[in-house]
Structures are given as structure tokens and as C-alpha cells.
Design a protein around this ligand. Structure first.
Ligand SMILES: [Fe+2]
Ligand SMILES: [Fe+2]
Length: 268
């Protein structure tokens, strides 16, 4: 794992899927309803990235041009992930694209609207809010990448797998940046490690929690991580987080599986 990732070398790329004939591939072999339900969730959340960016930029992260360079590229890449997933959903006559995104944003509760104020307030009382953010981001990118891997495995559709593996390669670079940034910042100070650990332990929930209904979060977690391979993937993420300074033993993803009722691997 690299010690640091230079955002100056991190050029955002539009995910290119123009060589994939989605209409033919999915007409000949449509995806099952569980896979489409997961893709709907992922589409909605990829398209919510710009709102997560809004929350990040009210913190001191906006003062650091290294971070804003990365965040600009990151948001661009996540936008195209949303567009790619929209194309898959549209091939199945499922809601996707701007109309769907507008609907999801309209349905958000008041808590979501106050998030920028909460982040602003948090950054006034937390010594290194950016460290919390980068660590949180590392966990979210790891779980997102693993979620795509599990979906590709479970759906077992060659064209969907190809598309998801292209997304996963970009998610891997997001993981590298957030992880290296988190490691550097956590290593600097004990109070930062303590606050970050507390924040993750108390407040971390799977990506999309608060944006999609609890029933959808639970479905996604159980479908993607509820079997033996999924549980192994969850444990691997927890071990990755363990290696960040002061973060060992948090078991964030394994605990989320238990919270959402995912059965033990042996029982499935
Ligand atoms: Fe993404
Ligand atoms: Fe990502």
C-alpha cells in the first residue's frame, strides 16, 4: 500500500462503456429482480456523491488544494459510475437518470438537509475533522468496491461483470487515496485517533444509510454480504481498517451485518 497518494497524478476519467452493447446483452439475458434492486440502490447512491461533496466542502477540507483536487476528480468519476448504472437500469425499463435522482433528493428528510450545518459545527469542535472524513471515506470506498465485487459474483452475468469490474478499478484508486490520507492524519495525533474511532464506532452506517430506506439498506447488506463469501469480504474490510493507526478491532462491517440480520456464513 502506498505511503501517500499524490492527487496531482490523480486524473479523473469518465468511465467508458461505449463498447458494451447493453441492450442486446440484457435483452438476451435480463438481470434478475434482486440484482436490479441492488443496482437501483447503487445508482441512487453514486448519484448522491455530489451531496456528500457538499458536506465535505464546508469543513476545512476546502482549504487544502490537494484534497480539493482529489475531490473534484472523485466526484467526476462517481458521476459516471451513476451514468453507467443508469444505462443498465434503463435497459430493463427501471427508473434511472435525472428524473430518478431528483425524486430521491426530494424524498430526503430534514436531517439530510441539515447535514452541511452538522458538518460545519462538527469541524468547529473536532480538532481534525478532515481525518475523520478521510477515514470514513476509506471505509465507504472499501465497502462500495466489495459490494460491486459481490454483485458481479452473485449475478454472474458477463456484461454486467465487465462493467462492474471497470467501476471497481476506479473505486480501488479512491480507496488508495482515502486510506493513505487517513493513515497520515491519524498517525499525527492521539486525540485525532480517539475522536475518529469514537465517530466511526458510534455513527458509521453502510453507504446510502439515510438516503435510501432502511429496508433497502438491509436488503443490500443481506444480499451482497449475507453468505460465506460476503462475510469473508466484510472481514477483509475490517482487517484493512484495523491497519489504520488507532482503528484496530472496530469490526464496523461485521457489526453492520449483525445489525441488519445477515445470517452466519455457516447457516447459508
Ligand atoms: Fe463509484
Ligand atoms: Fe468511489
Amino acid at each position: 500500500m502506498p505511503a501517500t497518494v499524490d492527487p496531482g497524478t490523480f486524473l479523473g476519467h469518465r468511465l467508458d462503456i461505449r463498447d458494451l452493447d447493453l441492450d442486446t446483452a440484457f435483452r438476451e439475458r435480463p438481470l434478475d429482480s434482486d440484482t436490479l434492486r441492488c443496482l437501483q440502490y447503487m445508482h441512487d447512491i453514486e448519484n448522491h456523491t455530489v451531496c456528500y461533496l457538499r458536506d465535505t466542502l464546508v469543513t476545512p477540507a476546502h482549504e487544502d488544494p490537494r484534497l480539493t483536487t482529489f475531490l473534484t476528480m472523485w466526484n467526476y468519476e462517481e458521476h459516471w459510475h451513476g451514468e453507467a448504472l443508469a444505462a443498465v437500469l434503463e435497459a430493463h425499463d427501471r427508473p434511472a437518470g435525472r428524473t430518478r435522482v431528483a425524486q430521491v433528493r426530494r424524498q430526503l428528510g430534514r436531517r439530510q438537509r441539515f447535514r452541511p450545518a452538522a458538518f460545519l459545527f462538527g469541524s468547529m469542535i473536532v480538532p481534525d475533522m478532515v481525518a475523520v472524513h478521510m477515514t470514513w471515506g476509506a471505509v465507504n470506498e472499501l465497502t462500495t468496491q466489495a459490494g460491486y465485487a459481490q454483485l458481479a459474483r452473485k449475478a454472474d452475468h458477463p456484461v454486467l461483470s465487465d462493467l462492474l469490474h471497470r467501476i471497481m478499478r476506479q473505486e480501488g484508486r479512491h480507496v488508495d487515496f482515502y486510506t493513505s490520507e487517513a493513515r497520515t492524519r491519524l498517525a499525527r495525533s492521539k486525540p485525532t485517533r480517539r475522536v475518529t474511532r469514537l465517530a466511526l464506532r458510534r455513527f458509521w452506517r453502510p453507504v446510502g444509510h439515510g438516503v435510501r430506506p432502511e429496508s433497502e439498506v438491509g436488503f443490500l447488506i443481506n444480499h451482497l454480504f449475507g453468505d460465506a463469501a460476503g462475510r469473508h469480504a466484510a472481514a477483509r474490510i475490517d482487517r484493512h481498517v484495523d491497519r489504520l493507526p488507532g482503528m484496530s478491532g472496530l469490526r464496523l462491517v461485521s457489526s453492520a451485518l449483525e445489525r441488519y440480520g445477515a445470517a452466519p456464513a455457516a447457516a447459508r
